[in-house]
Write a protein that binds this ligand. Structure first.
Ligand code: ZN
Length: 260
């Protein structure tokens, strides 16, 4: 069957997807623009990878709860919630923009850590060269290492009072799952970093009596802005917040990411 592959066509894609993409905040076009080394295009219902393989963007289900999306997210589910970059707003109740991740998509992109591939792609980046000066390991796929190196250099220029939130870092690569959902963590794909845990907050540490997240954050916005400009989203923008956590998800930041 001949497939028509669309490149950078923001107008055609919503027509092709029809109701399948109900209320997407980021588009398939954002995804193609975010990962040009890996993705070649879109044929109307499947992503086309540079190696010629394809992957469906939808599982055909539009009625999934947030809980179901977190556990069984499709590629479209990853794009549904607006990530409020550069916004001072608190997370909306139950909104976790970027916390939905399709395992097949990211395994294909970065490798399944249980098979050993992310470890092969990891490279050292010196974290805060003038202040802490030790290497952390991060994936080189998609140039994530170059983005993190730029972040590191910029953050190193912040005042000492801000830098206490940044080191020692809590960690980067770890072949593990997310505590509450059991799904693969972005750390398992080598594309996430936790800053200083002792200066951070996590929703499971601060639940109200009814078990719901009670928002607490100490990380200054100056730090968040630097990460977001280089394609990393912040876990502090999730209702189920994790303020130490940053992960490389440029598709949710649109055109606001600095080129490297
Ligand atoms: Zn993390």
């Amino acid at each position: 069957m001949t497939r028509t592959v669309w490149h950078g066509c923001a107008v055609a894609i919503p027509v092709l997807l029809g109701s399948m993409q109900t209320s997407l905040s980021a588009t398939i076009d954002d995804l193609l623009r975010a990962y040009p080394d890996a993705l070649a295009g879109f044929d109307g219902d499947r992503l086309v990878w540079r190696d010629g393989t394809t992957m469906p963007v939808s599982d055909g289900r539009l009625d999934k709860s947030m809980e179901e999306q977190l556990r069984h997210g499709s590629i479209l589910d990853q794009l549904r919630l607006t990530y409020p970059a550069h916004s001072p707003l608190l997370p909306a109740p139950m909104d976790d923009p970027g916390r939905v991740r399709n395992k097949a998509f990211f395994d294909k992109m970065y490798g399944d850590c249980k098979s050993g591939r992310p470890a092969l792609e990891l490279v050292p980046v010196v974290w805060l060269p003038k202040t802490w000066g030790h290497p952390v390991r991060i994936t080189s796929v998609n140039g994530v290492d170059r983005h993190l190196a730029a972040i590191s250099r910029e953050l190193d220029e912040l005042p000492p009072l801000d830098k206490k939130y940044l080191y020692p870092p809590g960690g980067t690569y770890a072949c593990r799952s997310v505590a509450d959902t059991g799904q693969t963590s972005m750390h398992a794909w080598g594309a996430a970093i936790d800053i200083n845990i002792s200066q951070s907050d996590y929703w499971l540490w601060h639940r109200s009596a009814d078990g719901l997240p009670h928002y607490v954050n100490r990380v200054p916005p100056e730090i968040v802005r630097v990460f977001e400009r280089h394609g990393f989203i912040w876990g502090g923008r999730w209702a189920h917040y994790d303020t130490m956590h940053f992960e490389y998800r440029p598709e949710l930041l649109g055109q606001q990411v600095d080129p490297e």
